[in-house]
Design a protein around this ligand. Structure first.
Ligand SMILES: *[C@@H]1O[C@H](CO)[C@@H](O)[C@H](O)[C@H]1NC(C)=O
Ligand SMILES: *[C@@H]1O[C@H](CO)[C@@H](O)[C@H](O)[C@H]1NC(C)=O
Ligand SMILES: *[C@@H]1O[C@H](CO)[C@@H](O)[C@H](O)[C@H]1NC(C)=O
Ligand SMILES: *[C@@H]1O[C@H](CO)[C@@H](O)[C@H](O)[C@H]1NC(C)=O
Ligand SMILES: *[C@@H]1O[C@H](CO)[C@@H](O)[C@H](O)[C@H]1NC(C)=O
Length: 952
């Protein structure tokens, strides 16, 4: 019966699984993740990058707006593939292997505004593809191998603003001619193709709206403008033109709006440099002349600096070794000069003298060994970059006269000596970058109030080993101080005193240990908001509380990072470690060997919103820890050996939106836990040891279908238990079978029951015997195992159990017992004598019957009426069906007519099927009776044997 039931249940669940639709609008997707919330459909972004996809995943929410499929292995975009995503605005399919976009592929996405097909294998695009892209504004086709584009197709891109065709195999400008007739197109990138000419006649006879035209890296032979086709052009890139360009501008002022020109890599090829540049006289402000060569660039500069509006000059990668006055003589109007990536070493004293207006000078990546005195003439300079040179010493007054300087970069040099007063003239300096040098000490440099406006001081990656008292006192406007990656072991008391405006202090990756963490060290930092102390040597072990909590005075601190301490000796943070940090919002203590957290650790930090305690050894966390920080929104507890999420239920984390608990040892996540986090939108449980049974049924279903919380990469979660499912995917576990609807369940089980009853009555009618037999077999089965064991272990204790009514006790004691036990030497079991005291009566009956070879029923009218007796008969008759042993011997003490037996259905049937013995009437001979009883007791148990002997 039980097996029938489970079978039906199984069938029901299978049908259910088929009936339910595959839920695709939940957060969990096989290969993709949603960025942000599913609820904000106007910006719904789905990311499916780097998943080895060959086709569009089927489970993307249908109202996706931005879809990123980049870096996969798709080979084509099929006709109906995007059918479901009518709201799609941005599609990024770059870095795939797309060879073909089928006609009509975009038919169902009329709202598409941006399409990125960068780095694919497209060779051609047909008209049918463009027909559906009427609202497209940005199209990237760069990095393909396109040789032809159907011109009539391009003219259908009526909203196109930006087209990138860089890096294809296009030959003739006519091929893209329609682009020049579209009034919407503003930016056209056609570099790295095989265009050999650009002639205005080839492209249009009317003027376009084009603002940006990139023809770089083409083997251009002709650039000819005869009609006014580019009246709005602002940026023209003609860099790295291969071959010798013939410049032919017939129409004066045809490039009158161009303010940005790139002629990089031109070298000697451009004949009549002057005449070319003359075309841009009225408007050019920015000229890029990279990779031209040291001699040629001089020629260019002389011509270029004659253009009155020129302000910005890029001269990178020209191998210029020295700079003297004649070179930049004419460039009096230039304000921004980029000389980076040359080989500059020598500057004459007056090299920059003509450049009275220069405000920005980039000299990085050269071979400068000393700060050039020539800079002293640049009194209007605001930005100076000397990084990545070979400067080792900064002498006194080297930056004299640079009173307007606001940003000075000296990083990545070999500076190890800073002379006293070196920055004394820089009254307006706001940012000083000294990172990546070999500075050993700051002795005196920042003590005076010489840099009153300095906001940011970068000293990272130097050789400082100590910060002394008052050393930085002069920096009264400082907000950011970067001291990371030094060798600081000691910070003196009051080291940061005077830095009243400091908001960010970065001390990570030093050698700071516990003794440097005293409240007095941070004294005066009343505005400090961010303190980074990660990657140091701070350690606490077994200190319940500290006498001097280190951050006592940092009332404004919002972010404290003490992660990755290198000794890994913190086993417990002292309970008052965070005392004083009443503004703390983020606390990072990951990777520290923490084994537990004191419940009162956050008692003063009620504003905490982000807590990272990942990579520790916290196998569990007390919920009390979270009680003071009810505003917590982001909790990171990955790789921490956590075994259960149940602490979250009592933690009262009602504001949590992000929960990162990957790589722990959790197996079950139940509904109560998730329900206790009502604002959760991001849940990461990757790499846990999930058990795939009904305990997780709710979670499985919820992860796949809910619309509020994204369960990150839910489809990668694996089963760890039961062992036969180990390695299988959690979300493939058929949770429906556990999760059946109660109504449906009742319905099906009732149906099953009715059917069963119908069937049974049917069988009973026609196959009565077998049914009865089956029934007994079942009952026997229930008693069976226990008794079998009993019997096997003990064998038979008695020859016969005597079942009788107490009213017949006299007969049993006087007649039966003396004859059977006395004369015939059988061992009998009698309830009043042999039942074990204290044991339930039913158990006693059952035990006795099974421990006896036979059961003698002494039947009288009293016997039939007795409840216990009928039980005894019942049990004895089970044995018949159970063990196939006929153990019953019926002895009638009185003659009971058939009609009187009829209420005792069972007995009547036994009498009908069994032969029985009758106690002779008063005065008759009893010897035959005893003889028959003896034979019956001696007989074997098999069903047919005894009957023959006993038959009357
Ligand atoms: C997810 O990607 C794999 C190949 O990386 C693919 O076999 C599977 O069908 C994808 N799932 C969906 C729903 O597209
Ligand atoms: C195409 O753009 C126009 C103008 O922006 C807009 O009115 C129209 O609704 C867009 N078409 C679709 C299908 O979104
Ligand atoms: C155009 O394509 C080139 C080459 O792939 C790329 O470097 C550039 O950023 C692209 N520009 C735009 C505006 O898409
Ligand atoms: C600073 O400027 C003054 C006046 O313009 C000039 O005399 C002096 O030589 C300059 N100092 C340096 C170091 O160039
Ligand atoms: C948890 O939150 C509930 C409801 O907001 C509140 O009644 C209960 O006191 C809180 N428990 C603790 C320990 O803060």
């Amino acid at each position: 019966m039980r097996s029938i039931y489970t079978g039906n249940w199984f069938k029901c669940s299978v049908t259910l699984a088929f009936v339910l639709p595959f839920c695709i609008d939940g957060y969990a997707m096989t290969n993709c993740t949603v960025k942000g919330s599913l609820k904000h459909t106007e910006s719904l972004t789905v990311i499916c990058t780097k998943k080895g996809l060959r086709a569009l995943p089927k489970d993307i929410p249908h109202d996706v707006r931005i879809l990123d499929l980049s870096s996969n292995e798709m080979q084509r975009i099929k006709r109906r593939e995007l059918e479901r995503y009518r709201d799609l605005r941005h599609l990024n399919a770059s870095k795939n292997q797309i060879q073909e976009v089928e006609d009509g592929a975009f038919k169902s996405v009329p709202a598409l505004k941006e399409l990125n097909l960068f780095s694919n294998r497209l060779t051609r695009l047909s008209k049918g593809v463009f027909r559906d892209l009427g609202n497209l504004t940005v199209l990237r086709l760069d990095g393909n191998i396109i040789t032809t584009i159907e011109p009539s197709g391009l003219s259908l891109l009526t909203s196109l603003v930006i087209l990138n065709l860089t890096g294809n195999h296009l030959h003739r400008i006519q091929a893209v001619q329609p682009l020049f007739t579209l009034s919407s197109v503003q930016e056209l990138y056609m570099g790295r193709n095989e265009f050999s000419s650009f002639r205005s006649l080839e492209v249009s006879n009317t003027s376009t709206k084009l603002k940006v035209l990139d023809l770089s890296h083409n083997p251009l032979q002709f650039f000819q403008i005869t009609t006014d086709v580019l009246p709005h052009l602002e940026t023209l890139n003609l860099g790295f033109i291969k071959g010798s360009l013939k410049w032919d501008i017939k129409l004066k002022d045809s490039l009158r709006k161009v303010d940005e020109l790139n002629l990089s890599g031109f070298g000697k090829r451009l004949k009549g440099t002057k005449s070319v540049l003359q075309s841009f006289y009225p408007s050019l402000t920015t000229l890029t002349l990279n990779h031209v060569g040291p001699k040629e660039v001089r020629q260019f500069i002389n011509a270029a600096c004659l253009i009155p509006p020129l302000r910005v000059l890029h001269l990178k990668f020209n191998n210029i070794v020295s700079l003297s006055k004649p070179m930049l003589q004419k460039c009096t109007g230039v304000t921004t000069l980029d000389l980076s990536h040359n080989s500059l070493k020598h500057f004459t004293r007056l090299a920059f003298r003509p450049m009275r207006s220069l405000t920005s000078l980039n000299l990085s990546h050269n071979k400068i060994t000393n700060v050039p005195p020539a800079l002293g003439k640049l009194t209007s300079l605001e930005f100076l970059d000397l990084s990545s040179n070979a400067i080792s010493l900064l002498g006194r007054l080297e930056f004299a006269n640079l009173t307007q300087l606001r940003i000075l970069c000296l990083c990545e040099n070999n500076i190890f000596i800073l002379e006293y007063g070196v920055f004394n003239d820089l009254k307006h300096l706001e940012v000083l970058r000294l990172g990546g040098n070999k500075i050993l000490s700051l002795a005196g440099i920042f003590e005076e109030g010489n840099l009153p406006k300095l906001r940011r001081l970068e000293l990272q990656n130097n050789k400082l080993n100590m910060i002394c008292r008052n050393e930085l006192r002069g920096l009264v406007s400082l907000t950011h101080l970067l001291l990371r990656e030094n060798q600081i072991t000691k910070i003196e008391e009051g080291a940061f005193e005077g830095l009243r405006t400091l908001t960010h202090l970065d001390l990570q990756s030093n050698e700071i240990s516990q003794p440097s963490l005293r409240p007095s060290v941070f004294f005066g930092l009343t505005q400090l908001r961010v303190l980074k102390l990660n990657n140091n040597y701070i350690s606490y072990s077994c200190q319940k509380s500290l006498r001097d909590p280190p951050f006592l005075f940092l009332k404004s601190l919002q972010t404290l990072d003490i992660s990755n301490q290198r000794h890994k000796m913190i086993s417990e943070l002292p309970s008052n470690f965070l005392e004083g940090l009443t503004s703390l919002q983020s606390f990072l203590a990951n990777n520290n060997n923490l084994i537990s957290l004191y419940p009162d650790i956050f008692i003063n930090s009620s504003k905490l919103e982000l807590l990272d305690i990942s990579q520790n050894d916290l196998s569990s966390i007390a919920p009390e820890v979270f009680w003071p920080i009810s505003k917590l929104r982001k909790l990171y507890v990955s790789r921490s050996d956590i075994r259960s999420v149940n602490f979250l239920v009592q933690a009262n984390l009602t504001e949590i939106c992000l929960l990162q608990m990957s790589k722990n040892k959790m197996s079950v996540i139940n509904e109560t836990v998730i329900r206790s986090l009502p604002k959760l939108t991001y849940l990461d449980m990757q790499g846990n040891a999930f058990s795939c049974d009904c305990g997780n049924a709710w979670f499985v279903n919820w992860a796949a279908t809910n619309n509020d919380t994204q369960v990150v990469n839910a489809y990668t979660y694996k089963c760890n238990y039961p062992s036969k499912l180990r390695g299988k995917k959690l979300l493939h576990f058929d949770a429906e079978s556990c999760n059946m609807d109660v109504g449906y369940f009742c319905f099906t089980s009732t149906m099953c029951l009715i059917l069963l009853i119908l069937l049974l009555s049917f069988f009973y009618q026609f196959l009565k015997l077998q049914v009865v037999y089956a029934y007994y077999l079942f009952l026997a089965f229930l008693y069976d195992s226990k008794l079998r064991r009993l019997q096997d272990s003990q064998g038979y204790l008695f020859d016969a159990f005597v079942s009788y009514s107490t009213h017949d006790e006299l007969w049993v004691m006087k007649e039966l017992l003396p004859q059977l036990e006395g004369e015939q030497r059988w061992k009998l079991c009698l309830h009043h004598r042999d039942f074990q005291a204290g044991k339930p009566i039913v158990d006693n009956i059952v035990d006795s019957i099974y421990r006896s070879r036979k059961t003698i029923c002494v039947i009288s009218r009293h016997y039939l009426r007795s409840n216990w007796c009928s039980k005894e008969v019942q049990v004895a008759s089970f044995r018949l069906f159970d063990e196939k042993k006929d153990v019953l011997i019926l002895v009638f003490l009185e003659n009971i007519p058939d009609h009187q037996l009829s209420p005792y259905c069972r007995m009547r049937k036994l009498v009908k099927k069994h032969t029985y013995l009758s106690w002779p009437k008063l005065g008759q001979d009893t010897r035959v009776f005893w003889q028959k009883l003896k034979v019956a007791l001696e007989s074997g148990d098999s069903l047919n044997e005894g009957n023959a002997i006993l038959s009357e």
